[in-house]
Design a protein around this ligand. Sequence first.
Ligand code: SAM
Length: 236
Amino acid sequence: MSMHAGLSADRQKGGHAGLMDQVYQRQRYIYDFTRKYYLFGRDSLIGSLALQPGESLVEIGCGTARNLIAIARAYPGVRLFGLDASEAMLKTARQQVRRAGLEDRILLVQGLAEAMAPATFGQAEFDHVLFSYSLSMIPDWRGAIAAAANSLSDQGRLHIVDFGDLKTMPGRGIIRGWLSLFHVSPLETLLHTLEEEVNEADEGLKILPGRYAFRLSAAKGTLGAFACGQTDTARG
Ligand SMILES: C[S@@+](CC[C@H](N)C(=O)[O-])C[C@H]1O[C@@H](n2cnc3c(N)ncnc32)[C@H](O)[C@@H]1O
């Protein structure tokens, strides 16, 4: 299943969607193989989701659909949706979903995170929203979190896995320089706010060694600080 939503791909070409297409035009062929060596925490987050049959989950910035396919296999009966800015990336995602025989379980749509709404997928709301290493590529990440929060049911949950501030990571300067080649900016402000606002034990904020990455599973109610914060394009 696939469709276009929100702004047309053509209108977005000069903007962020066009940039993502440039980044992933060739990378998509080696993406899954190479990223398993440095996008840590994705599988442990998927393992901890505890999704129930009948629930819905949308992944924002779903890339090659690697996570959605893993989630579909781990959680039968869950309805899955994927949004990505890059039509190039979605091309690979559609191929992989087809190959996995999951076309009837995963609906893929091209669009921007900041403009995402459940209606984009013909839904009223979602039970879960997942950002996996996508927020650090989204200039208006606050807007993306706000859109995600607005799309969640009252009992809904937000899940994030992304780069940390790398503060205690050896070679962090080199890693940061390398990530910037891919237009990735680790979201220090987000992580520091989460550390202040979210109760680590209750809300499942986990920080990986070296503060390389973090993962979070939080109830919609705890999102206020981020969803209602100023929408800006400042990174950090
Ligand atoms: C590093 S990849 C992560 C892919 C996948 N989530 C994973 O864990 O393998 C980031 C993805 O986010 C997408 N992306 C970046 N900015 C976006 C935006 N503003 N709206 C929607 N998707 C975006 C990119 O096109 C890319 O596919």
